[in-house]
Write a protein that binds this ligand. Structure first.
Ligand code: 13P
Length: 256
């Protein structure tokens, strides 16, 4: 059986009650004829309850953008795995490059968050990706290997059976400069091979999605690649029609 594609919306720090209601309504109505693709939305924490209610009875899955390592305690401003689980989250993004680069999250901390997510029944969407400087220097694979290995060595390869990996080249995020299929596919294959070095079965089953300036126009050629199993969509996910169209592309490519 092939891997079911996942198209996940990362709304980042965007939202407003009214806008979210129409966004979800637009996605719900646009998705009625879309099958064979898993679709998730990751709103800011404060909108989880609202979005949870709005997606009830639809195939849309709820996810969060981050979590704390700890379960509870004196950690002002943090949100824990059990809280996310209580609000109906299935997925949680860990190690997004904005968390790594703007908030100083290390590979080790990301690994701890990955473990915390699974401990509370959440499925981590582990983000990895190189910066432009790494790609230029030819160290893309080295950086990705370090980010991956930090999780595998702490959490064990078995834990990857219950996770999604998102390859998000930092230079492609929010820049309109999506990676071409020729740039993205080899990195996806590299990630899968790295997993296969530990467990071939887990590598084969693992969903490795791409993120970085994905839109309805560039999605098809990316999804057509062997090792690209969907997308983590930022900016384009804030437009219902565009997001739905990306989901439709994933469904069409998967059905081919
Ligand atoms: P953009 O789609 O806005 O480039 O963002 C990608 C991303 O960071 C998703 O997590």
């Amino acid at each position: 059986m092939g891997r079911q594609p996942l198209v996940a919306a990362n709304w980042k720090m965007h939202g407003q009650r009214g806008r979210i209601a129409s966004l979800i309504a637009g996605i719900r109505s646009g998705l009625t004829a879309v099958g064979g693709v898993e679709i998730a939305v990751c709103p800011p924490y404060v909108y989880l309850q609202q979005v949870g209610e709005l997606v009830t009875g639809s195939p849309i899955i709820l996810g969060a953008q981050n979590l704390a390592v700890e379960e509870s305690g004196a950690f002002t401003g943090e949100i824990s795995g059990p809280m996310l689980a209580e609000f109906g989250c299935h997925y949680v993004i860990v190690g997004h490059s904005e968390r790594r680069n703007l908030f100083g999250e290390s590979d080790a901390l990301v690994a701890d968050k990955f473990i915390a997510a699974q401990k509370h029944g959440l499925v981590p969407v582990l983000c990895v990706g190189e910066k432009a400087v790494h790609r230029k220097a030819g160290t893309t694979e080295k950086v990705i290997a370090e980010q991956l290995d930090a999780v595998i060595s702490k959490s064990g390869i078995e834990s990857l059976a219950n996770a999604v990996i998102a390859y998000e080249p930092v230079w492609a995020i929010g820049s309109g400069k999506t990676a071409t299929p020729d740039q993205a596919q080899p990195v996806h294959a590299f990630i899968r091979n790295r997993l296969a070095g530990h467990d071939a079965g887990i590598a084969e089953e693992a969903r490795i999605i791409y993120g970085g300036s994905v839109n309805a126009a560039n999605a098809k050629e990316l999804f057509a690649e062997t090792d690209i199993d969907g997308a983590l969509v930022g900016g384009a996910s804030l437009n219902a029609e565009e997001f739905v169209n990306i989901c439709k592309v994933a469904a069409t490519v998967a059905a081919d």
